[in-house]
Design a protein around this ligand. Structure first.
Ligand code: FAD
Length: 312
């Protein structure tokens, strides 16, 4: 039987929805027993949230002052110790998981399976390559634990309704002293989180300035949507780079994606492959974004966006 250990992603005492998405991925293997590990200085609140995820059989907490911040080099030796007895050790393919899981894989002496988008069997997975232009099927050896990251945009978050047991574990692992947490700098916003939002409004190079980009924020606020951007808009300094959507930005799967003044370069489309309905506003009727858009508006965004906002 497949026995999964999923490493919970959390920040500020709150569980990230990426954990429930990893649970969905694990559930794709019939009969999988799923445990979630919460490593923190004070894991109780996060563990209680994880225990409510439907499909989770057990939550294991590791309380340690060293786990106050998610430093991969500190967490990895502990996860590697916890991994004993598990057939699979999974984390999300977010910045957190992409940092942590390769360290875990290295400590366990296995190759990591990255960006799992579909499960074909306990050891066979599908993942995107070449910026999402091709899908490859990979097979991990069945003789050792499978360490993997889950492409969160490909999986829905498992629902609530679970009541898993919470068990405290003490882990005897030597922690490194050469890597330490210094500080976290993050943008503060009342808008929905770009990676978890059900609606996203993104702007591109066509906006022309940070000041003009305000019409994107305004429309997004009216719609209760998160704000995203193309790399061109980020590189031009219109918005901070945490808003970038795409191959080298965030991979998102909102129910509604509105691309405004964005041409639809392949590196941008990679980030919205799993979006539900795509709406594009562009003055060029030949723009590639219209090839994947469900609804397209050809025209000047500076005219259309205020009209759209008004009619909403
Ligand atoms: P443009 O391509 O310049 O398009 C602007 C669009 O706005 C045009 O279609 C134009 O018709 C339209 N327009 C202009 N004026 C108006 C108006 N008034 N009203 C309506 N429409 C108007 N890009 C990403 O977005 N995300 C990534 O993660 C990413 N990663 C990359 C990684 C690599 C290795 C490389 C090489 C590139 C990457 N890029 C990425 C860049 C990508 O190739 C494109 O250059 C970028 O997406 C273009 O951004 P844009 O669509 O905003 O700009």
């Amino acid at each position: 039987m497949s026995k999964f250990l999923i490493v919970a992603e959390h920040l500020g005492g709150k569980l990230n929805s990426s954990t429930a998405r990893c649970v969905s991925c694990a559930q794709a293997i019939a009969g999988a027993e799923i445990h979630v590990a919460v490593l923190s200085d004070a894991p109780e609140a996060v563990a209680a949230e994880a225990a409510r995820i439907a499909g989770v059989a057990k939550v294991i907490t590791v309380a340690n002052a060293a786990n106050a911040h998610p430093v991969a080099q500190v967490l990895a030796p502990q996860v590697a110790k916890l991994a004993a007895g598990y057939s699979h050790v999974f984390g999300p393919s977010t910045t957190f998981g992409k940092d942590l899981m390769p360290c875990v894989a290295a400590l366990l002496g296995v190759a990591q399976v990255s960006d799992i988008m579909a499960v074909e069997g306990p050891h066979v997975f599908k993942r995107p390559i070449y910026a999402g232009n091709a899908i490859i099927t990979v097979e991990a050896p069945s003789s050792m634990a499978v360490v993997g990251t889950v492409r969160t945009a490909s999986w829905p978050a498992a629902g609530n309704g679970g009541a898993a047991a919470v068990e405290a574990a003490s882990v005897d692992a030597a922690l490194p002293s050469h890597t330490r947490f210094v500080s976290l700098q993050q943008g503060k916003s009342d808008r929905p989180d770009l990676q978890g939002a059900s609606k996203v409004v993104s702007g591109g190079r066509a906006l022309g300035s940070a000041d003009a980009f305000k019409i994107i924020y305004s429309l997004a606020d009216k719609m209760g949507a998160a704000v995203g951007a193309s790399r061109a808009a980020v590189d031009a300094g219109y918005v901070p780079n945490e808003l970038q959507v795409g191959q080298t930005g965030k991979i998102i799967a909102p129910e509604l994606y509105v691309a405004i003044g964005i041409s639809g370069a392949i590196q941008h489309l990679t980030g919205i492959k799993d979006a539900g309905t795509i709406v594009a506003i562009n003055k060029d009727a030949e723009a590639p974004i219209f090839e994947i858009a469900d609804f397209g508006l050809v025209g000047d965004l500076f005219q259309i966006v205020p009209e759209l906002e008004q009619s909403l």
